[in-house]
Write a new protein. Structure first.
Length: 179
């Protein structure tokens, strides 16, 4: 594993711990492999870099039972590649008909389609935490109250890294009691 894989492993491990993700919860990941290698988003996607990132993500999430949702690029309206079994567990998910490829969907989404056991694409998701590698704008796929997580790793390759966890809404006003 090169430096990129090690950076992703460290960042994902730290986020899963900070977010206290539990089995069957969802980690959404958006990634510009172009940004990772130092180019402008959407200009020089790399399937080799995508392969390394996906391998690192899966090495962290699979043992914990956390599901990955890999965000496609804007050309597919930021749809997400997920494992088919998520459709039974998260019944709000709706499958759409499209197959991400490197030039329309992004390199990481294309790798997820090739390597997930039974990949499907869904239009939207409400994830419990997220990694945004290269400012791909994952916020639309996080639950209602996103909380920034400042990781010790601030970049993956040349791409800026942003992380978030979510928390339940605080409701009830000043007399309410919270955990």
């Amino acid at each position: 594993m090169t430096g990129i894989g090690a950076q992703v492993t460290a960042a994902a491990t730290e986020l899963l711990q900070a977010a206290n993700l539990q089995p069957t919860q969802i980690l959404v990941v958006g990634c510009s492999t172009s940004e990772v290698i130092g180019a402008a988003i959407g200009t020089k996607g790399s399937e080799a870099v995508a392969e390394e990132i996906l391998t690192a993500l899966r090495s962290v999430t699979t043992p914990k039972g956390v599901y990955l949702a890999i965000q496609c690029c804007e050309h597919l309206n930021r749809a997400l590649v997920v494992e088919q079994e998520m459709l039974q567990l998260h019944r709000e998910l709706e499958e759409v008909s499209v197959r991400p490829v490197a030039k329309a969907g992004g390199s990481l989404a294309a790798r997820a389609m090739a390597h997930f056991s039974r990949p499907v694409v869904v239009e939207a998701i409400r994830a419990h935490a997220g990694l945004d590698i290269g400012e791909t704008l994952i916020g639309m796929h996080l639950r209602a109250v996103a909380v920034p997580v400042r990781l010790s790793i601030r970049q993956i390759g040349e791409a800026r890294l942003t992380a978030a966890r979510t928390r339940p809404k605080l409701i009830g006003g000043e007399r309410a009691c919270y955990r």
